[in-house]
Design a protein. Structure first.
Length: 231
């Protein structure tokens, strides 16, 4: 029913306290203490205090059929949505091949960094299914491919990948501008996905950013512009 963690994993943030986990799961603090004693919930012991990771509690709740609203878990998380962090996880890629959206996505997914615990086949299937429902073209030659529902369980592993296409895709956008850049989005919750989409939509309304994508600018220039815009 869960796994007991006694060692701190380097680079992983323990961002929830015991009382916050009790509120999220809608149980008493005594119940959380009992689960810890019985080794039924993932936790960390830091300076004689119990700490929990948001992504592990989220996944534990799913596995054990506890209902945590996305709004609630966002309230307690110390991991705000960040384009720069997501892009650092996903990466920027050039010379993506393909003559339609499915083959283009296939080539992109084979290249991008993917979150731990996911496989490329699962990601590709989810991206193509979403495109079949409705194209994710946003205009100005940009598209935001993403799964219909979040498939990442670790908030710190959310990713954004900017992929420049060798052959622009025609017939996908309402403004009739061929798609030259796709931004693949992999989020952990619907709330975080919408927050990231909102930030990306703002970013993609900036003439400077549109020009950086249109000219396939250097990674360093793209990352620097985003860091300055959202500092």
């Amino acid at each position: 029913m869960g796994v007991l963690y006694r060692l701190i994993k380097k680079g992983k943030e323990m961002d929830l306290k015991l009382k916050e986990v009790a509120k999220l799961l809608k149980v008493s603090e005594k119940t959380i203490y009992r689960w810890i004693k019985d080794e039924k919930i993932p936790y960390y012991r830091i300076n004689h205090q119990y700490r929990f990771r948001t992504d592990e509690i989220n996944q534990w709740a799913v596995n054990n059929k506890y209902d945590i609203s996305e709004t609630d878990i966002e309230t307690y998380s110390n991991n705000p949505v960040s384009i720069s962090s997501s892009l650092k996880n996903g990466g920027i890629y050039y010379h993506i091949t393909g003559n339609d959206m499915p083959t283009t996505l296939s080539d992109a997914v084979n290249l991008i960094n993917i979150p731990h615990g996911l496989n490329r086949s699962t990601i590709l299937t989810n991206l193509i299914r979403r495109e079949e429902m409705a194209p994710t073209a946003m205009g100005n030659g940009i598209a935001f491919p993403h799964p219909r529902t979040p498939i990442v369980t670790d908030i710190t592993s959310e990713s954004l990948s900017i992929c420049f296409l060798d052959t622009p895709l025609e017939g996908y956008a309402l403004d009739n501008i061929p798609i030259h850049t796709i931004l693949i989005i992999l989020s952990a919750t619907q709330t975080r996905h919408l927050q990231l989409i909102s930030k990306l939509s703002f970013l993609c309304r900036q003439e400077k950013f549109i020009e950086l994508l249109r000219t396939r600018a250097l990674r360093e220039d793209i990352l620097s512009y985003i860091a300055q815009l959202f500092k």
